[in-house]
Structures are given as structure tokens and as C-alpha cells.
Design a protein around this ligand. Structure first.
Ligand SMILES: Cc1cc2nc3c(=O)[nH]c(=O)nc-3n(C[C@H](O)[C@H](O)[C@H](O)COP(=O)(O)O)c2cc1C
Length: 166
């Protein structure tokens, strides 16, 4: 059975929760790690690396981008999957191109957007303010939803040939 690392970078809870839902699909050998704790990761311990990142003003966490660039050569010898948490589902492809090296994208087995969640009660005042501005200027309704069926599909693609929890 493959050994998997899910490395996630979010600001609030969505990305971590999606990473956990994804981890729960695999039978064993899966480790969840926040980008904040990435120094404890030994890449040689894993066959698959799954990146999960939330999007803020079109960008993922800088720490995650820098880490991926630094370890790119090593990562290209692993199986890779990428999921994003973002409310602009239709911009998922654009966000991938903006935030991940092309070699990593071409190498990835699966790239998907799992949707988004906005919890105004836990948000910083600055993020609440930015969201108000975005909603005012975008003039479109922002739909927030986490698509659990996509998490399931993602797990199945990453675990081809293995069983997963249905
Ligand atoms: C200030 C702010 C800016 C955001 N910018 C974007 C954006 O540019 N594109 C997008 O699709 N979603 C954007 N989002 C939505 C977040 O990506 C979404 O809420 C995600 O679920 C957050 O994940 P987290 O809880 O793990 O931080 C933004 C959210 C906030 C609060």
C-alpha cells in the first residue's frame, strides 16, 4: 500500500477539514501535515504527496509555493495530487497555473477544486472587510460549498488499484 503525505496550507478551517476528509478515504499509511510543520517531513518516507491549499486573492500560501519550488526535483519522482479550496470554481485552472510550477502540474495525477467555506464569525476584521469589497465589486453571488463527491473522486484517482472507504 502506498504511503501518502497530505500537506495542507489554509488560513482558517476549510483546507484542513478537506485534508482530513480526504485522509479518511484511505485505509492506512496517510499522514496529514500543515505547511507550518513541514520541517518535520522526510520526503523519502512517502510515495504520494498531496498538496491542499486555499486561495486568497488568487494566491496560495507563500510558504507552500516556496517549499514546492525548493523540492521540485525530488517531488517529480513522487506521485502528486493537488486540491484547492476556493469559491471561484471556474478559475481553478488559472489558480493552478498561477501557483504551481508547470512541471509539477504536468506531473500531477489529479488537480481539483474542492469548493470553499466562509465563516465570518472566525475571520479577521481585515478579511471580513476584503470580502465585503470583493462582493461589492464582483457584483456576483459568492457560493460557498465543499463538494464531498469531488473529495471522493480525488481519493479514487490517487488510489487507483487500491480500495478506499466509499
Ligand atoms: C479575503 C479573502 C480573499 C479570498 N480570495 C479568493 C480568491 O481570490 N479566489 C477564490 O476563489 N476564493 C477566494 N477566497 C475564498 C477562500 O479561498 C475560501 O474561503 C477557502 O475556503 C478558505 O480556506 P481556509 O478556511 O482553509 O483558509 C477568499 C477568501 C477571503 C476571506
Amino acid at each position: 500500500m502506498k504511503k501518502r503525505l497530505i500537506l495542507y496550507a489554509g488560513k482558517y478551517k476549510t483546507t484542513k477539514e478537506c485534508a482530513q476528509l480526504l485522509a479518511d478515504k484511505f485505509y492506512e499509511h496517510v499522514k496529514l501535515c500543515s505547511i507550518a510543520d513541514v520541517q518535520s517531513v522526510s520526503l523519502q518516507d512517502y510515495d504520494q504527496i498531496i498538496f491542499g491549499a486555499s486561495i486568497y486573492e488568487s494566491r496560495i500560501s507563500r510558504k507552500m509555493s516556496q517549499w514546492i519550488k525548493k523540492h521540485q526535483n525530488h517531488l517529480l519522482h513522487k506521485e502528486i495530487g493537488i486540491f484547492l479550496c476556493a469559491y471561484h470554481d471556474e478559475k481553478c485552472g488559472l489558480y493552478m497555473k498561477l501557483n504551481f510550477p508547470i512541471e509539477i502540474l504536468e506531473h500531477a495525477k489529479v488537480e481539483m477544486c474542492f469548493g470553499a467555506h466562509l465563516d465570518y464569525s472566525t475571520m479577521s476584521w481585515l478579511d471580513r472587510f476584503l470580502m465585503k469589497l470583493i462582493q461589492f465589486f464582483d457584483q456576483e453571488e459568492i457560493v460557498t460549498k465543499v463538494y464531498k463527491e469531488r473529495i471522493h473522486y480525488f481519493a479514487r484517482e490517487m488510489a487507483k488499484g487500491e480500495e478506499i472507504y466509499e
